[in-house]
Write a protein that binds this ligand. Sequence first.
Ligand SMILES: NC(=O)c1ccc[n+]([C@@H]2O[C@H](COP(=O)([O-])OP(=O)(O)OC[C@H]3O[C@@H](n4cnc5c(N)ncnc54)[C@H](O)[C@@H]3O)[C@@H](O)[C@H]2O)c1
Length: 320
Amino acid sequence: MKRSYLVTGGTGFIGSYLVRRLVKDGHRVRVVDNDLRGRSSRLADISGRFEMFRCDIRDTNAMIEAAQGVDSILHLAALNGTENFYRRPDVVLDVGIRGLFAILDAARANGVEEFVLASSSEAYQSASIVPTPEEVSLSIPDPWNPRFSYGGSKLISEIIVANYLRDVFKQLIVFRPHNVYGADMGEEHVIPQLTARAAKQIARHPTGDVPFEIQGDGSQTRSFVYIDDFIDGLLLAASKGAHRETYHIGTEDEVSIAELVNTIFAQFGRKAALIPTDLPAGGTLRRCPDITKMRALGYAPKIPLEEGIRRTLNWYLKAA
Ligand SMILES: NC(=O)c1ccc[n+]([C@@H]2O[C@H](COP(=O)([O-])OP(=O)(O)OC[C@H]3O[C@@H](n4cnc5c(N)ncnc54)[C@H](O)[C@@H]3O)[C@@H](O)[C@H]2O)c1
């Protein structure tokens, strides 16, 4: 069935892939983004096939206009990026909370019945169970630490959508992405940063094992999901998920940072000699979602890490 979607944060990493998929599937799409971290050029290949609202998510009147006549709002806009959490925690919270109220008021003004919220695995910080099911308690270790402005804004956002407009939405879904990666994902993420540093080090060391510093001893873990698999999951959760439910979208393939570095170096046909350094305080040692709930909907991520890394790396090396 062809539908009409409003995607906030639509020129961002995940948003741009989502918009492209929806447009290609024949849906009507409106995009809201102020291009603070997004780029309209990400959607150049489908320009003219969606409506662009270049405005701030916190502008309620603009949101009311953008949400006119849409069937569904996919709310992805947020001020992401670890540096922003420390430097601009006030803006992280303002965009997260004031922006959410603005888009919710726009949903109410237009009688939009479907709302899908992007939360984050950061709403747990360090989860007590790994792999982590959706029911594990969300927590903020220290409200005075600006690092938690982002995780805190996601935690509060989940409470807001659960309680505000309770009677308006017929389909309300929260999804928590877990380390999504792929081409054009931005620079402030572990895979592009490791790739750029690996390329530099390899150029400096044309033969033999390549000395490469890593945070800690490299045993801390993450689980990565390739963007195409992620978008499949997001659309599945939005359409087949149960009203007022939360879904983890990711993979259960937990890899250590050392394994990730080795996978990246293997793509260059080289080997790294890992040099451990101090682990920054407050870092999460293990992160891996339990995706049983998504699997029950039919979710089955397909792209193995090596293949996803190969595609991502090729993009970054060409762009460099
Ligand atoms: N990428 C991941 O692995 C990951 C993990 C957990 C959660 N998430 C969540 O998923 C969503 C999308 O993430 P992403 O990786 O695409 O991030 P992104 O930074 O690439 O995209 C977010 C978009 O929101 C836009 N935006 C920020 N402030 C705005 C404002 N005031 N008004 C309008 N637009 C504004 C930015 O310009 C950007 O295009 C976010 O809510 C993020 O918190 C992502």
